[in-house]
Design a protein around this ligand. Structure first.
Ligand code: ADP
Ligand code: MG
Length: 257
């Protein structure tokens, strides 16, 4: 298995008391999968993402990627956050180039070429010389996606990346990230609290519940690559996932609906 989360627990100290943010999480992810971690605020989505990405290892249990235990972040992977993480004093182009500046094996001209290609991919080649502040939130997030892709990562971690965007812009970016993933087959682990977003994007949805943070269910979304938010199947899946949140019992079964 490419990514393996085994018996992971994470405890934090809050006001002198131990708080269980993740309890006994087990999860296996294949290379090239689009995984959404879905659940309400506080259920441990970011904590799980940070454990897999190596930012904050678990209290007990293990995370392995490609058979190696994760203890710190790897430069082979990238993370995209809600606040875009662009440097305001750098042009759009130079923000994308940033992904490659540590690479001694890539010349300046090659770096510019890769940056330009990825800006084209997200439709922002005309804004290469603009500053981030001249762009809308959606466009800034596109720059962050171009920068992530320029690094040619193995895994892209995304923590509620479209949370700050208006609904229309968010739908457009969801389309972008889906087509990018279909073309490039990157492994993507995407955190969201939006059921519709998860059903639209994921190969599998990991449904998480809080107090303590647990995986309640893992659902395979068999809707194929081109998805229609208005289709009957889409509504049925959305409803099914909502029901899973409402069910009292705890379980972790994997099934396709
Ligand atoms: N560094 C920390 N110290 C103490 N408590 C934390 C820390 N990080 C997260 N928590 C707690 O763990 C729980 C899960 O947090 P988080 O993973 O951020 O949830 P989510 O991303 O699903 O909203 C929350 O109750 C949060 O307050
Ligand atoms: Mg979070």
């Amino acid at each position: 298995m490419y990514i393996s989360v085994k018996d992971v627990n994470k405890k934090f100290t809050q006001k002198g008391k131990l708080f269980t943010a993740l309890e006994n999480v087990n999860l296996e992810i294949e290379r090239g999968e689009f995984i959404c971690l879905l659940g309400p605020s506080g259920c441990g989505k970011s904590t799980l993402l940070n454990a897999i990405a190596g930012f904050d290892p678990p209290t007990s249990g293990t995370v392995t990627i490609d058979g190696r235990e994760v203890r710190k972040p790897s430069s082979r992977n990238v993370t995209i956050f809600q606040n875009y993480g662009l440097l305001p004093w750098r042009s759009v182009m130079r923000n994308v180039e940033l992904a490659l500046e540590a690479r001694r094996d890539i010349s300046k001209s090659r770096r510019a070429e890769i940056a330009r290609k990825n800006l084209e991919l997200v439709g922002l080649e005309k804004f290469a010389d603009a500053g981030p502040h001249q762009l809308s939130g959606g466009m800034q997030q596109r720059v962050a996606i171009a920068r992530a892709l320029a690094a040619d990562p193995e895994i892209i971690f995304m923590d509620e990346p479209f949370g700050a965007l208006d609904a229309i812009t968010r739908m457009k970016l969801q389309d972008d990230i889906r087509s990018i993933q279909t073309e490039n087959r990157k492994t993507i682990i995407f955190v969201t609290h939006d059921i519709e977003e998860a059903v639209y994007l994921a190969d599998r949805v990991v449904v998480m519940t809080p107090n303590p943070g647990k995986v309640k269910s893992v659902i395979r979304i068999e809707l194929g690559p081109s998805r229609d938010r208005a289709s009957e199947d889409f509504f049925r899946l959305r409803e099914k996932i909502f029901q899973i949140f409402c069910q009292k019992q705890d379980y972790q079964i994997e099934y396709a609906i």
